[in-house]
Design a protein around this ligand. Structure first.
Ligand SMILES: [Zn+2]
Length: 151
């Protein structure tokens, strides 16, 4: 594993390089989700990165989304955008911790499960510690959510 990580360091380097080249939208407002939105005359609010992508590659098909290779939702740099399925996009967001409906990172999920299973802490205490509901803790511990993250 150690050797694998050392031999494959370019992955990390590429991410850093991409981040340096990220471009913020010149127009639009930053939505709470981290994406830039803009108002256009004809259409309703649209994400700026989607607009940029569609201008270059044509409209998205139903069920398609524009994914960020750089994991920066606000980025509108064309080379960082790629066509993908909705499912893949959510996976990207989970990995980068920007999933809108979920405030917890993968590390925190792992920690919650560890605390619950290996310490005397109650679900109530853990819920308080992470600022989430008690039911949410049970769901995490029982694997109703995030089941796929544990491979
Ligand atoms: Zn970018």
């Amino acid at each position: 594993m150690q050797q694998f990580l050392q031999d494959n360091s370019p992955t990390k380097t590429n991410e850093t390089e991409n981040e340096l080249l990220c471009k913020r939208a010149q127009k639009g407002t930053l939505a709470p989700s981290g994406y830039y939105r803009y108002h256009s005359g004809r259409l309703r609010d649209k994400y700026v990165h989607v607009h940029v992508f569609e201008e270059e590659y044509g409209p998205l098909k139903p069920g398609e989304v524009v994914r960020h290779l750089c994991n920066n939702p606000w980025c509108v740099e064309l080379t960082h955008l790629v066509r993908g399925s909705k499912k893949a996009d959510i996976h990207d967001q989970l990995r980068s911790g920007t999933f809108n409906r979920q405030k917890l990172s993968v590390e925190q999920i792992t920690e919650i499960r560890r605390l619950f299973k290996t310490t005397p802490k109650s679900a109530t205490e853990i819920a308080k510690q992470f600022g989430i509901g008690e039911r949410h803790v049970y769901k995490i511990v029982n694997g109703e959510r995030w089941g796929k993250l544990e491979s």
